[in-house]
Design a protein around this ligand. Structure first.
Ligand SMILES: [Cu+2]
Length: 109
């Protein structure tokens, strides 16, 4: 029992050492009439960002970005969460893979 105490103390110290992380900033995005609204999303460089993508179309969509290596189906009337970043400054294209003409850009500054 006594031998376990140093480990317990170390574990407790470690638990207190874990910083409280703020939630990543969140950006809302909608699919309406097969358009991304907004079609250009601005986010800061170097931070993780939570994209909340809502599909207001009557059919399923798939939020996809080859550059960001993300792909997620969004059922009609539903929303999905996609985490991106931390990213370098630049322009990253995303699209609806079920309606490939529907495109938008993530502008990272
Ligand atoms: Cu796809």
């Amino acid at each position: 029992m006594r031998r376990l105490l140093p480990f317990a103390a170390a574990a407790a110290a470690f638990a207190f050492a874990i910083p409280v992380k703020a939630d990543p900033p969140s950006v809302a995005l909608a699919l309406q009439n097969n358009q991304f609204v907004p079609s250009e999303v601005h986010i800061p460089a170097g931070v993780k960002v939570k994209l909340v993508v809502r599909n207001d179309n009557p059919t399923a969509s798939e939020f996809e970005s080859s550059q960001l290596h993300r792909e997620k189906v969004v059922p009609p009337g539903r929303e999905v969460t996609v985490f991106v970043g931390p990213l370098d400054p630049g322009s990253y294209e995303f699209f609806d893979d079920f309606h490939p003409q529907t495109r938008g850009h993530l502008i990272v500054k």
